[in-house]
Design a protein around this ligand. Structure first.
Ligand SMILES: [Fe+2]
Ligand SMILES: [Fe+2]
Length: 195
């Protein structure tokens, strides 16, 4: 199995107060998980894919609850930027749900995974370029930190860096299907934002 890429604790800490840095770190985690799924076979691939599904579901849902609503009003042209990102997210979630129905050993799995990977990567790049840079310029440190707090509440439901002895296939499965995870993410984010 490929070595897991674990960011340094100090680096994590520094980024946690800034929603943009936090989301960009998750983009990196997502990239690494795609690598893991591609490199693994059998049970390991199944396990890596479960973690990828969870992180993607939680990441996109949290963005939709936290940063897109801000971006819509936060800078000129924000409305259109968010509209474009939401269309990409919807397409990615549909591919993700379809993939989630396939066994990871199914011959159709890999081609679909590679398509999803390409779509997700392009989406992340567009977010970073057209949305995140503007968010950072359009608000202050306190607001960036408040949004980061809400994202962290969501992230807690989808730990991506396994803790030895805790992470297991069975535990992953117990977290339930994608849609339920998205609902729980929304609840956690709204609670963190005091809604
Ligand atoms: Fe997104
Ligand atoms: Fe994203």
């Amino acid at each position: 199995m490929s070595e897991l890429k674990t960011p340094h604790a100090g680096q994590d800490q520094a980024k946690d107060d800034d929603v943009v840095a936090l989301l960009m770190r998750q983009h990196g985690d997502i990239r690494n998980l795609f690598d893991e799924v591609e490199a693994a076979k059998g049970e390991e691939r199944r396990d890596a894919f479960r973690r990828l599904v969870r992180l993607l579901a939680v990441h996109e849902t949290a963005e939709e609850e936290v940063v897109h609503p801000f971006a819509r009003k936060g800078f000129p042209g924000g409305e259109q930027v968010v509209k474009d990102r939401l269309a990409e997210e919807k397409a990615a979630k549909e591919t993700l749900s379809a993939l989630d129905e396939l066994d990871t050993d199914d011959p159709k799995f890999m081609p679909q995974l590679l398509k999803l990977r390409k779509d997700v990567q392009e989406h992340a790049r567009a977010e970073e370029r057209y949305e995140f840079t503007h968010i950072r310029r359009s608000t202050d440190a306190a607001n960036l930190a408040a949004m980061a707090k809400a994202i962290k509440a969501a992230e807690a439901m989808a730990p991506t860096r396994p803790h030895p002895g805790v992470e297991s296939g069975a535990k992953n499965m117990a977290l339930g299907p994608v849609a339920a995870l998205m609902d729980r993410t929304k609840d956690a984010v709204r609670k963190a934002m005091g809604k």
